[in-house]
Write a protein that binds this ligand. Structure first.
Ligand code: ES4
Ligand code: ZN
Length: 314
């Protein structure tokens, strides 16, 4: 098993149908069906929005500390088997607040599971870009009583039509609080989204970034500045950002000397965890052992920890 860091994982995207049904029953939340095959049949997407519609529709089953604990523990147990030594985990507080779940339950539940795991972990709070910058600022304000429980902020949800620039002020506030900054960019959006995430939001890593490859000048910059890109190959296929894995730009990104690493994004929805992503890269893209070693090294280099801790994993 290749030891790796996982830096692009939405904890809500690890909700497997089995746990969805279990939590729905526990909390008396209705589902359109409890049949696992029928639920799995819905996991067939045409684009990012078609996935987000199902992802958000499933999340009202998460209600209590225990629900968040169980979700997170299940991910961490699976991640351990996948070779994950370090996980920097996204969560979407606005979803839970909108479902009338208090932030305390989210932090207590997820945080408890993190404490009970041997994997090195930290949390990154994501803003839902389609809810706009004012809602993001309000969310950061509400999260400040829990400031010591997360290390950074991110930007996710529907990308096209929701560019980075309007979030400049809330990212500035996050920076002033000593928080790390990342953003999804160049998943469905073009190279401009990646450039603005860097220049306007001051992000330290780009989540996805695959469409940066359409702009040679931007590619040169990403290489020169060694900006980490958290690429999610099975996610890109599932959301039809690429037609098939053999068309993926990951090998070209490696050839360009970009600081890419491999991640699972929403593994319950996209066909597998990070080890499954590595296996698919091997079998369908002919990624070599040497390239796999580079991807793993890049993942540790991109972690938000000091160099001493990194070298213990590498
Ligand atoms: C996401 Cl794949 C993806 N893209 C954007 N936002 C997301 N939230 C959860 N998964
Ligand atoms: Zn993502």
């Amino acid at each position: 098993m290749l030891p790796t860091a996982e830096l692009h994982i939405h904890i809500e995207g690890t909700l497997e149908p089995e746990m969805l049904v279990e939590l729905a029953a526990r909390n008396g939340v209705g589902l359109p069906t409890s049949d696992l095959d029928e639920l799995r049949a819905k996991y067939d997407f045409t684009d990012l929005q078609s996935f987000l519609d199902l992802y958000y529709a499933n999340l009202p089953v998460l209600r209590t500390d225990q629900d968040f604990y169980d979700l997170t523990s299940a991910y961490l147990a699976r991640a351990e088997r996948a070779g994950v030594r370090r996980a920097e985990i996204f969560f979407d507080p606005q979803v839970h607040l909108n479902n009338d779940v208090p932030l305390g339950a989210v932090f207590e539940g997820i945080g408890g599971a993190l404490r009970d795991s041997p994997i090195s972990t930290d949390l990154i709070l994501c803003f839902l870009r389609d809810l706009g910058p004012d809602a993001a600022a309000e969310t950061l304000r509400k999260a400040m009583p829990y400031r010591e429980r997360f290390i950074g902020v991110g930007l996710d949800s529907a990308e096209v039509g929701h560019p980075p620039a309007p979030f400049a002020e809330v990212y500035q506030r996050a920076a002033a609080e000593g928080l790390h900054r990342v953003a999804h960019a160049g998943e469905e959006g073009g190279p401009d989204y990646v450039r603005d995430a860097l220049d306007v939001l001051g992000v330290e890593r780009i989540d996805h970034g695959i469409r940066a490859m359409e702009d040679p000048e931007l590619v040169a910059r990403l290489r020169d500045e060694q900006i980490p890109l958290t690429v999610c190959p099975l996610s890109n296929v599932a959301l039809r950002t690429v037609d098939k894995l053999s068309d993926h730009v990951l090998p070209a990104m490696l050839d360009e000397g970009l600081a890419v690493c491999v991640n699972s994004d929403d593994p319950a929805y996209f066909g597998g965890y990070v080890d499954d992503n590595f296996a698919a890269l091997r079998s369908e893209l002919g990624i070599t052992e040497e390239q796999l070693a580079t991807l793993a090294r890049n993942s540790f280099d991109a972690c938000f920890v000091d160099d001493e801790r990194k070298s213990a994993w590498k």
